[in-house]
Design a protein around this ligand. Structure first.
Ligand code: FE2
Ligand code: FE2
Length: 442
């Protein structure tokens, strides 16, 4: 049997290993030989180590091609672009060249992602980057600049030239059409351009281009601004502008509601009345801020789709036939379709589209049951039913609050969310006790 000798690993062993790695032969073992070779190996090992470090360093300096390009858009990455920007700025200063920076920001990108999902957001980003790439010249360097931003280095381009290019891109993007399940998704951009000033740093140039984008956004989006001629409205003018736009928006909603009422057999204040009841109930269940406001608008426009129902069905005095009911039941879908074409009204869809669903799942258009029905819609349904019962109509007097509340209670758990019915009745009773009629919530 062969005897295995175990001995400690010596300095000589280590040196022999290194020698093998760097590809040299060691002289016969011996103190002198080991020392002589040890110096030679030290030098070679050091060289090898340095070479390794140089390789690692050069890998770090020259990025892997896959890190230069953004995988989604194929554009240069932000970090690569930043380096290129600094170099381009230095070069422009050295040769006294003209140079501009363009920054593009996609309008409504966050709400698009939130409402339609990230896949649609990516689609918007791809469409925009395609439009930018198609418009750019070969000398321009285009990069992704953040989640919803694209930037371009424009050598030999002055401010006006950059602005013309940006405007061309903006027009191209605005002409794109993207539709998701019947809703038009806005594909729009705001852009800012800045021309490099003498001795200006890359950071400062970028800051001015970004400020121009901000100004374009604040001025209503879908526009291009030059850094030199920013027209940022002062706080007061801005607030006034927002207020005017908000009022115009509410006017449009009321006008739409009036169209429905003119067509329907209800009283001419049905939309307003449903909106009031739904608003009060929503507030009781904890809605506030934008959600509460959106609910009120959804309730105002809940029957918008009746615009698309023929008068022969909508105003028929007698009971409807099965076919006529089928036509009538299309009004939530028609409403959703109309709303879908108006991006700002898209948030109203849950309250509007599902207002004829029933708690027991026997409603329409989807047949959703219980809490699967959006809370907004469950609230609107109760406001709608209550208003239909208590409001006077042309051909009959409205029911008393007591009778209407009893009817609601009877249908709690079948037609209506039982919990909401109780909250609603408690609210009405309190108001009755206080002797005040439900007033305009505005
Ligand atoms: Fe309805
Ligand atoms: Fe209604």
């Amino acid at each position: 049997m062969q005897e295995i000798q175990v001995r400690p690993v010596t300095d000589v062993d280590v040196r022999q290993q290194v020698a093998r790695l760097v590809g040299i032969d060691l002289p016969p073992e011996g103190m002198l030989g080991v020392f002589a070779t040890s110096e030679a190996i030290d030098g070679m090992a050091l060289k090898a180590m340095l070479q390794g470090q140089v390789d690692a360093l050069s890998r770090a300096i020259q990025p892997d091609p896959s890190t230069i390009r953004d995988p989604l858009t194929g554009l240069l990455t932000h970090s690569y672009f930043q380096e290129a920007l600094v170099k381009a700025v230095a070069e422009a200063h050295r040769y006294a060249g003209i140079f501009s920076l363009l920054v593009i920001d996609i309008d409504f990108f966050t709400p698009i992602n939130r409402r339609y999902g990230y896949a649609v957001g990516d689609q918007v980003l791809t469409l925009v980057t395609q439009a930018v790439s198609d418009t750019m010249r070969t000398s321009d360097l285009v990069s992704r600049f953040g989640g919803d931003e694209v930037a371009a280095l424009l050598p030999k381009t002055d401010l006006d030239g950059a602005w013309i290019l940006a405007e061309r891109i903006r027009e191209k993007v605005a002409s794109l059409h993207l539709e998701v399940s019947g809703s038009v998704v806005p594909v729009l951009i705001s852009a800012g351009v800045a021309e490099l000033r003498p001795d200006e740093s890359a950071d400062s140039l970028e800051e001015r281009a970004r400020a121009a984008v901000d100004a374009a956004k604040r001025s209503g989006r879908n526009r291009c601004f030059r850094a030199g001629d920013l027209q940022i409205p002062d706080g007061q003018a801005l607030a006034k502008g927002i207020q005017q736009r908000r009022e115009a928006f509410y006017d449009s909603v009321q006008a739409l509601a009036a169209v429905v009422e003119a067509k329907d057999a209800y009283t001419n204040s049905h939309s307003r009345s449903v909106a009031e009841y739904a608003y009060r109930l929503a507030r009781r269940v904890g809605f506030e801020g934008d959600r509460l406001e959106t609910l009120r608008l959804a309730a105002t426009l809940h029957d918008l789709g009746k615009i698309g129902v023929p008068d022969a069905v909508l105003k028929k005095p007698g009971p409807l036939t099965d076919e006529e009911w089928d036509v009538m039941k299309r009004h939530p879908s028609i409403g959703r379709q109309i709303i879908g074409h108006t991006f700002h009204l898209g948030d109203l869809i849950p309250g509007l589209y599902y207002h004829h669903e029933r708690w027991d799942g026997r409603g329409y258009p989807e047949g959703l049951a219980g809490e699967a029905i959006p809370l907004e819609a469950r609230v609107v349904t109760i406001g709608d039913a209550y208003s239909a019962m208590v409001d006077d109509r042309v051909y009959r007097k409205g029911m008393s609050h007591d009778t209407a509340c009893n009817n609601l209670r009877k249908a709690a758990g079948s037609q209506f969310d039982p919990q909401l019915v109780e909250i609603f009745i408690a609210m009405i009773e309190e108001e009755e006790l206080e002797g005040r009629k439900v007033a305009d919530p505005a």
